[in-house]
Design a protein around this ligand. Structure first.
Ligand code: ATP
Ligand code: MG
Length: 440
């Protein structure tokens, strides 16, 4: 992508409305734009990051055996009357009438709809286990939308729903998502800690929130510091192994971790003082096992091996991609801007032409841009005629992991500079060596 042809509206000034660093940096880097309170457009740079986050989420959901579909944002109120949640869900639900005066709503979550899909076609235990997910916009009319897309009214969620014949089978489905979440957050460059959670309006029996420690987090959390070193399940984890997944779950729930709602002062005080971590955190994911809470009122049942009908045991599993993007920034930035983990960076490499219009600089940059693009790298080529200082500031701000800098003096010697955004380390090398480093 040539910067001269891209759309990346950088802000020079710090936006006054942004209270936390991720919101400030997302606005300054031209990643998002607020359209009305708590409702955002994702501009091209932001969209690239969001797509990469979603690709990792999808990959890990698929690995764990979940199956993707897509459900609509607008739902009929009837379904929610069946489960009893139409009246129970408060003002957070945006209620709408269509032209025939039929009550509709903008979905805040999809338990009812997916249960309806399930009951319409699954009739036998032989079709279980089943886990269906989608990545879709949700709307919740939050009292206090704030911090940009961290807490917005319209936001994206990956929500998965599992169906099983028995409680034991449902717990295995729960453990699959538990392990998938550990892997997902790790690939996003985050250390998320699963914490026992309240089951809230979704209701249920077993629940964990996945929390990232950050000073700007909205939750108060308490945990054992050992979490920082726990091993993440590897990519060859056998998701069909009941014992294997139970062992992962047991390990990750073996030491104390709770949000303030579930906090048990006495249990926390039993943790040796030097191992206690009391901090603030951002909830990036939340999983529930809630048994037959929806299957009973909605009549979702299958025939079991005993020939009888059984209400299915369900769970639901959410991750917030539009919250994860700012959460990643909270965890990874410096005074100059964002530092993306390579896995979600909007571009792999930025090529900076320090003197656009200078034949040797132009030729060098074109050569590098073409070679790296051909090798499958996502390259941003800053071919604009801005001052070098402005280009460096922009490259640092948008946080691309690697910068290749071509200035007239180095280029005259057949060389360029390669800068690592994270460490700031710079290395001068031949043009060929710079290309080979990233093509190999
Ligand atoms: P919170 O406690 O932060 O209000 P929640 O518990 O109501 O969130 P869930 O129903 O558990 O949210 O939703 C699953 C995930 O969706 C959350 O873990 C979070 O990542 C994301 N999410 C929920 N609400 C929002 C929001 N208003 N803006 C952005 N992401 C959100
Ligand atoms: Mg939650």
């Amino acid at each position: 992508m040539r910067l001269s042809r891209f759309f990346m509206p950088i802000l020079k000034e710090n936006p006054k409305e942004a209270e936390i660093v991720s919101h400030r940096l997302m606005l300054r880097a031209g990643m998002i734009r607020q359209q009305s309170q708590g409702i955002y457009s994702w501009l091209p740079l932001g969209k690239r990051v969001l797509d990469k986050v979603n690709a990792i989420i999808r990959d890990e959901q698929n690995r764990a055996g979940a199956i993707e579909l897509s459900m609509p944002t607008l739902q009929s109120a009837e379904l929610w009357q069946e489960s009893g949640r139409y009246d129970a869900y408060g003002k957070e639900m945006l209620r709408i009438k269509d032209r025939q005066d039929r009550p509709m709503l903008y979905g805040p979550t999809n338990e009812e709809m997916v249960t309806d899909i399930f009951r319409s076609s699954v009739k036998s235990y032989k079709d279980l286990p089943l886990n269906l997910y989608h990545i879709q916009l949700k709307f919740r009319d939050e009292i206090r939308p704030r911090f940009g897309t961290m807490r917005s009214r319209e936001f994206m969620m990956k929500d998965a729903y599992s169906f099983d014949l028995t409680r034991e089978a449902a717990e295995h489905s729960y453990n699959k998502m538990f392990a998938a979440y550990l892997r997902t957050f790790d690939r996003l460059g985050l250390r998320a800690i699963p914490m026992r959670a309240d089951t809230g309006p979704i209701g249920g029996k077993l629940s964990h929130e996945f929390i990232i420690l950050a000073d700007t987090g909205e939750s108060e959390v308490f945990c054992h510091k050992d979490f920082v070193d726990f091993d993440i399940p590897g990519e060859h984890t056998d998701f069909d192994s009941v014992e294997g997944l139970q062992a992962i779950f047991d390990k990750w729930t073996s030491v104390y971790a709770a949000t303030s709602e579930m906090h048990d002062e006495a249990a926390f005080n039993a943790v040796p003082e030097g191992d206690r971590l009391s901090a603030r955190g951002i909830e990036v994911g939340h999983i529930f096992y809630f048994g037959t809470k929806y299957s009973e009122p909605m009549g979702a049942k299958v025939q079991g091996p005993d020939g009888k009908e059984h209400f299915v045991h369900m769970g639901s599993y959410g991750i917030g991609p539009t919250r994860l993007v700012p959460a990643i920034i909270e965890a990874s930035h410096d005074d100059n801007g964002i530092i993306w983990p390579a896995s979600v960076a909007p571009f792999d490499i930025v090529v900076i032409n320090m003197k656009a219009g200078d034949q040797a600089c132009d030729d060098t940059c074109e050569l590098i841009y073409a070679a790296l693009s051909k090798a499958g790298k996502d390259v941003l080529y800053d071919d604009t005629d801005d001052r070098a200082g402005t280009k460096f500031a922009t490259a640092d701000l948008i946080g691309v992991p690697v910068q290749i800098i071509a200035g007239p003096r180095a280029v005259a010697n057949g060389e360029v500079e390669v800068k690592d955004r994270k460490t700031g380390a710079r290395e001068t090398m031949t043009i060929e060596a710079a290309i080979n480093r990233f093509v190999a």
